[in-house]
Each structure stands twice: as structure tokens, then as C-alpha cells.
Design a binder for this molecule. Structure first.
Ligand code: PHE
Ligand code: FE
Length: 261
């Protein structure tokens, strides 16, 4: 495991799953989570996609304290067949893809420190939970992420994980959606960000391109600052449809082409 990762991997099994151990969160951590949630709550009515807003309204306890994963998995299983598993932090590709391919979403157990209120590079429980989990209640998004997980295992065999990871970055993490209300965010990295959530929609500087599968797979990204480029989908159905073809020949073609910025 990469030494710079913060989590405690010593108790993780081969699938990297750990116990959430909810009782170990301190009241300071619950309070910090609540403050993070309250800040996002002011932004999401204007900036989040309707599917996310609809889902969060069904998770009534989501903002009160750090959620108990088991309590959220229950309605999630009923809605779309997904569940949450607790992990120590980022996990290797094969473990990550295997979870998704089995409709299990890995959520980091630890919460950021107070001084990381505005920005954190490694995903924590706030990002993973608030950004990703609500959308798993949406049937199309949920099915898409399942297909992505299977596609990840296939990309490993084809030595194409880098291209597939870029697709994930520009959709699941930083994707925008065109809605009747205007451009909205569905990417988890946007939904959990205090600054980038407004920036990605309102700021004049970044490029906003219509979703283009091959272009996302060729575009390099930065993990430590706001994005230069966002891709806009029309709907999760479109995302599902455009990622459905066999990527094998696409990977073969794209791997010979230069990366884009
Ligand atoms: N269609 C992709 C393939 O053949 C799998 C995939 C589906 C990847 C959905 C991402 C999202 O590899
Ligand atoms: Fe994420």
C-alpha cells in the first residue's frame, strides 16, 4: 500500500473492507461533519443536479452526524441493490472495481481535519458519502456505476485503466449535467467541495464541453486544484448509452494518440 495514504490499512481484509466502528467518532468529528454538510446545503439547491437533491431528501439523518453506513445500506439495497462498505481510504484498482462490479460502494471511514475544511486531496467520509452515495439511489446512475466496475476489471486486463480512470474523473467525480434549470453538478468532487461547486457552474474561466467519450479518455487532469475542463452530459441515460459500446477497439485506437489538456 502506498505509504503516503493516511488510513489504517492494518485491519483490512483482502477486499480492503473494515468495520466502520461508528462509536469511535468523536463529538468534534460529528460537529465538523455537520458544519461541512451545512455549508454544502446552502449551495446544492442552486448547483446540484435534481437526482442528487431528490436522493438527499430521502436520507433524513445524512446531515446530523457522520452516517452509520449500515443504516443507509438498508434503504439503498431496497432502492437499487447497492450497499456501502467501509474502507480505510483509497484502495487498489482491482479491489475498487470488484466492489463496484458487485454493487458495493467503498466509503472511507475517516473524516478530514478541521484545517482541511476547504480542500482535501484524499477522499474522506464526507466526500465519499455526500458526493457519491445519494446518487446511488438513482436507478440509471446506479446501473452505470455497476457497468463501470465491470468495465474496470476489463480495462485492467487490457492495460487501459488510465483511460478509464479519466472517464471516471470527468464524469463521476467532476461531471456536469444540462438540466431545465441550467448547468448543474453531479460529480462527487464538485458536490462535496465548498469552492468548486459554484466555480464549476458560474465561473467564466473553465472550459465546459459537451460530453465526448473519447475526449474524456484522452484528457489529463489535476488532482490538486480546480479543473480547467468540465464535460456536460444531458442525462444519466446518455452517459449509460455512450459508455455501453465495447471499449476494446477504442482503447487500442486512443492509446496511440497524444493526451489532451
Ligand atoms: N463499455 C465499457 C467496455 O466495454 C464498459 C464500461 C461501461 C465502462 C460503463 C465505463 C462505463 O469496456
Ligand atoms: Fe470520489
Amino acid at each position: 500500500m502506498k505509504p503516503q495514504l493516511r488510513g489504517d490499512y492494518s485491519r483490512a481484509g483482502a477486499d480492503y473492507v473494515v468495520a466502520q466502528d461508528w462509536a469511535r467518532y468523536t463529538s468534534e468529528e460529528h460537529a465538523l461533519y455537520r458544519r461541512l454538510f451545512e455549508r454544502q446545503s446552502k449551495l446544492v439547491p442552486r448547483y446540484a443536479c435534481p437526482e442528487w437533491i431528490e436522493a438527499i431528501s430521502r436520507l433524513e439523518s445524512a446531515g446530523r452526524e457522520i452516517p452509520r453506513f449500515e443504516e443507509v445500506s438498508r434503504p439503498l439495497r431496497a432502492a437499487t441493490g447497492w450497499e456501502i462498505v467501509a474502507v480505510p481510504g483509497l484502495i487498489p484498482d482491482d479491489a475498487f472495481f470488484t466492489h463496484l462490479a458487485n454493487r458495493r460502494f467503498p466509503v472511507t471511514v475517516w473524516l478530514r481535519r478541521p484545517e482541511e475544511f476547504d480542500y482535501i486531496v484524499e477522499p474522506d467520509v464526507f466526500h465519499d458519502f455526500l458526493g457519491h452515495v445519494p446518487l446511488l439511489f438513482d436507478r440509471v446512475y446506479a446501473d452505470h456505476l455497476h457497468e463501470y466496475g465491470k468495465g474496470g476489471l476489463k480495462a485492467m486486463r487490457l492495460d487501459a485503466v488510465k483511460m478509464l480512470a479519466r472517464l471516471y474523473w470527468f464524469t463521476i467525480e467532476f461531471g456536469l449535467m444540462r438540466t431545465p434549470l441550467g448547468i448543474r453538478a453531479y460529480g462527487a468532487g464538485l458536490l462535496s467541495s465548498g469552492g468548486e461547486l459554484a466555480y464549476c457552474v458560474d465561473d467564466a474561466r473553465p472550459r465546459r464541453r459537451p460530453f465526448d467519450l473519447e475526449r474524456t479518455m484522452r484528457t489529463e487532469y489535476q488532482i490538486d486544484r480546480y479543473q480547467d475542463t468540465y464535460f456536460i452530459i444531458d442525462s444519466f441515460e446518455q452517459l449509460m448509452r455512450e459508455t455501453a459500446p465495447d471499449f476494446t477497439p477504442i482503447y487500442e485506437r486512443l492509446r496511440k494518440l497524444p493526451a489532451l489538456r
